[in-house]
Design a protein around this ligand. Structure first.
Ligand code: BGP
Length: 459
């Protein structure tokens, strides 16, 4: 064996509540923005499939966790649905407590460590109605929600994450039209980003107060930015992309401060959010213990080729263009670039610029449209996914050898799930979910290959 991983390496997969639970209105769950958006605009969702009964983990979690165990996994990340746990009057939904308690107990019984994330794009609608992340009161509501989760489940759960990809609700909800409320307004986006960051620090503060002996972190989609060339213009464009899309949450979560250059940029563009000095103190004093890093593809950047028009709204892309690099390797089933070395580059960046903080690959994966065409005698033969994981793990292994503090690797995702506006278009799971046949689970070839890797702690 050539690629050996450390003992106790975290092998597993990641998921999120809205994408896999289903039971969108069962047992007093309230609506979140996805339930609402689907209700008013179902045509926006691929094949008109909404979040009502996604992958049915809510009903089948025992079977699913047993399958995870049989496939050798030692850890699994899921999220707690805020709109399931906390009712619109602020009280705790005891039926939801039962559900999450059962999930946690079943995982522990099967030797799978629960990693829990608190926010994965799923704002309760009753809070969106008062402005969502734009409203400081919602930050306090999130602080209370996080505290409740620690009190309820913190005796058993020792790995917590405040947010998954915190830049995504900013980018997709306030700078693009992929998440509700789907507006394009840079100033509002900056306020949302600031409040999400503050909410993360407040949750960390609550967690530390309780002294539960676990670790708390954040999960960032740390997409490395690569300039087209070393020209001054391309470097500048790549730097600004990195600053807004990576360093906004990464620097602040790990180092406790918004990057000076970002503050300058925001001031210059007249985008400063409303904030209080004491809040900056909270951010400074409550940094993460642990980092989750989602990596799918690199961000290739070039200097802007055309002037931004006067009537065009300002967005981050007013300052750089995406670069379509000739000859890049592509996942033809999703259209995304595959660049395995990105995993190594981001690891080295964390080692050298972020105090070598412990981190893990919290999502990596390959989406495949029309994956049923790879089915042979009832099983999806996903050799492309094996190749994808293997090549990324090789670079992860090199990073480990060079002193990076890498703790684990989670695939996105365990079983095929629903992916926001893309619904069930792109499949990512180790396990096929047949949405036309009672959501039947069938492990794909890659799940058995991964099981061997886990058993051997390498390949
Ligand atoms: C990540 C998100 C996941 C998931 C994944 C796949 O950024 O954290 O929630 O959706 O992307 O995305 P897609 O289905 O659009 O290919």
């Amino acid at each position: 064996m050539k690629y050996i991983f450390p003992k106790d390496f975290w092998w597993g997969s990641a998921s999120s509540a809205t994408q896999m639970e289903g039971g969108y209105n069962l047992n007093e769950k309230e609506q979140n923005i996805w339930d609402y958006w689907y209700e008013i605009a179902p045509e926006k969702f691929h094949n008109n499939i909404g979040p009502k009964d996604t992958s049915k983990f809510y009903y089948k979690y025992e079977e699913d966790i047993e399958l995870m165990k049989n496939l050798g996994h030692n850890s699994f990340r899921f999220s707690i649905s805020w709109s399931r746990l906390i009712k619109s009057d602020g009280s705790v939904n005891l039926l939801a407590v039962d559900f999450y308690e059962n999930v946690i107990n079943t995982m522990i019984k099967n030797n799978i460590e629960p990693f829990i994330n608190l926010f994965h794009f799923d704002m309760p609608m009753y809070l969106q109605e008062i402005g969502g992340w734009e409203n400081r009161e919602v930050v306090s509501a999130y602080q209370n929600f996080s505290k409740k989760c620690f009190e309820l489940f913190g005796d058993k759960v020792k790995k917590w994450f405040t947010h998954n990809e915190p830049i995504v609700p900013v980018e997709c909800g306030y700078l693009g039209e992929y998440h509700y409320p789907a507006v394009v307004d840079f100033k509002r986006a900056v306020q949302v980003g600031y409040h999400i960051m503050l909410s993360s620090s407040l949750a960390i503060m609550e967690y530390k107060k309780l002294n539960q002996g676990g670790q708390i972190g954040i999960i960032v989609n740390l997409t490395p930015s690569y300039p087209r060339s070393n020209s001054e213009e391309d470097l500048k464009a790549s730097n600004i992309a990195d600053l807004i899309l990576n360093r906004s949450f990464l620097d602040t979560s790990v180092l406790g401060e918004f990057p000076g250059e970002l503050i300058e940029f925001v001031k210059e563009q007249d985008l400063l959010p409303i904030y209080k000095t004491q809040e900056l103190e909270i951010i400074r004093n409550n940094t993460v213990d642990l980092l989750g890093v989602n990596y799918y593809q690199p961000r290739r950047v070039k200097a802007k080729e055309s002037q931004v028009k006067d009537n065009e709204p300002l967005t981050p892309e007013s300052f750089f263009d995406f670069y379509d690099m000739p000859g890049k390797k592509i996942n033809p089933h999703r259209g995304w670039e595959i660049y395995e070395k990105g995993i190594y580059d981001l690891a080295i960046n964390i080692r050298d610029n972020y105090k070598n903080i412990p981190f893990f690959i919290s999502e990596n994966g390959m989406g495949v449209e029309g994956e049923e065409k790879f089915k042979v005698e009832g099983r999806i033969e996903d050799d492309y996914r094996i190749e994808f994981i293997k090549e990324h793990l090789k670079w992860a292994n090199k990073a480990l050898k060079e002193g990076c503090n890498l703790k684990g690797y989670h695939l996105w995702t365990f079983m095929d799930n629903w992916s926001w506006l893309n619904a069930y278009k792109n499949r990512y799971g180790f396990v096929e979910v047949d949405i036309n046949n009672e959501f039947k689970r069938t492990p794909k070839k890659s799940s058995y290959w991964f099981k061997d890797v886990i058993e051997n702690n390498g390949f």
